[in-house]
Design a protein around this ligand. Sequence first.
Ligand SMILES: [Zn+2]
Length: 88
Amino acid sequence: MPIEHSKPAHRHTECDMQNLSHSDVGSVQLCAHCGVVHVNLNYLSVKFTLEAFRELACMLVCAQGRIDAQPSDASLQTGATGDATALH
Ligand SMILES: [Zn+2]
């Protein structure tokens, strides 16, 4: 989903980037100027509007909840259960 910046020449290097969260897999930053949430992964950076990021967060939490609700199966990789609780 494309982000509509009010100024085409807008440079995020000059924005007030606020660190919201980070973990082993990446980080989340908020550009206070244009209200864009940056999700930074190892080789990927995705921008979301605040509304889209909220939907993404709900979707991820919902998906994780379904994973956790499944009976532990040997075919599932459950070695990283400690990581899930570390993400807040
Ligand atoms: Zn910005």
